[in-house]
Design a protein around this ligand. Structure first.
Ligand SMILES: [Zn+2]
Ligand SMILES: [Zn+2]
Length: 333
């Protein structure tokens, strides 16, 4: 019997026919990388292949690496495999990777979301025999409201604070969520105040603007004047500690923009007062619809509720199993 197209090893997802890994979590010679989040694009690989759109953020984060960009959908022969990259809708540049070996097609989803957020390249279903799906939110309790509704709620909350001249502080991941929020809010203008960004967010903003992503101007916290803070919306990474600007935030109200905000337990766990359930991952209906759309009969679950989600898929008639060596949770949620 022929080798499987993909195997699940302790270094990551491996293609024996092509001799490459996809989003490896240990050092390998040849890595195909779905996107720039730190649990997918790790340092130390001999060579990287990713989309042209994902590459600038990956270089920004990893520094000098031997990396090559590839266009959306462009087929590339690697050993006995043919690979191509297709939009995953998760963050700018994020890809699903299609791998074909001797007529058998597998698609590795990376992280994905099915709602078009109007900023990242929209998710594109890719026909396959087998699909490796993430399942960060692979439980029926996770069902997102449309982005327009969540950002509308967030704007209402911000307006209320701006009327009191108080800052609205939103915890959002520095690559992906923050920019998606900025772009979505810009579409709701006029806004009640300026958008200020943590320097880690602003650094990614600059990279994406240089690439041509339509991101309006924002002001970095370390460049802001004292009077900029009253009524401002401030975006900072969830893990960020206070900076020189901390005393300007004394009367701020805090919120978390994350899929986990849909569940109160997580909201309290991160110490945020408010939750806006805006996720860069597919919700339960999104996961199920995406899997159906591939036409795949075989599914491997990674990244999240792998065991229960694989069991659910088996009950639906799929040949499904949890992938081994699932990496830790994403820096986006
Ligand atoms: Zn991600
Ligand atoms: Zn991830």
């Amino acid at each position: 019997m022929a080798d499987p197209v993909l195997t699940f090893t302790e270094k990551g997802i491996f293609c024996p026919a092509g001799g490459f890994y996809i989003d490896p979590h240990r050092k390998v010679d040849r890595a195909l990388v779905t996107h720039g989040h730190s649990d997918h694009a790790r340092p130390g690989m001999g060579a990287y292949l990713t989309t042209h759109a994902a590459l600038p953020v990956i270089r920004h984060r990893l520094g000098r690496i031997a990396a090559e960009g590839i266009a959306w959908g462009e087929p590339r022969r690697i050993g006995g495999a043919t690979v191509s990259f297709h939009p995953a809708g998760h963050v700018p540049g994020s890809a699903q990777i299609r791998v074909e070996v001797a007529g058998e097609v597998w698609v590795v989803s990376g992280d994905y979301k099915t709602e078009d957020d109007g900023f990242a390249e929209a998710f594109e279903p890719v026909a396959a025999h087998g699909f490796v799906t993430e399942c960060t939110f692979g439980l029926p309790v996770y069902r997102w409201q449309p982005q327009a509704q969540v950002t509308g709620d967030l704007l209402t909350w911000w307006q209320g604070l701006a009327e009191q001249r108080r800052p609205a502080l939103v915890a959002a991941w520095s690559f992906g969520k923050a920019q998606r929020l900025i772009a979505a809010l810009a579409g709701l203008a006029p806004l009640p105040g300026p958008i200020l960004t943590h320097p880690a967010v602003e650094a990614v903003n600059r990279v994406l603007r240089t690439q041509g992503y339509p991101l309006p101007d924002t002001l970095a916290l370390d460049q802001a004047r004292p009077e900029d803070f009253a009524g401002a919306l401030i975006l900072h990474p969830p893990s960020a500690q206070g900076g020189p600007w901390a005393d300007r935030l004394a009367d701020a109200e805090t919120a978390l923009a994350s899929g986990w905000a849909a569940v109160g337990r997580h909201r309290q766990g991160r110490g945020a007062m408010r939750g806006f359930a805006l996720s860069d991952h597919a919700d339960w209906p999104g996961l199920n619809a995406a899997i159906r759309a591939t036409g795949a009969t075989r599914v491997v679950t990674v990244h999240g509720y792998t065991g229960v989600f694989a069991r659910w898929l088996r009950d639906q008639g799929y040949d499904a199993a949890a992938g081994d060596h699932t990496p830790p949770r994403d820096e986006a949620d």
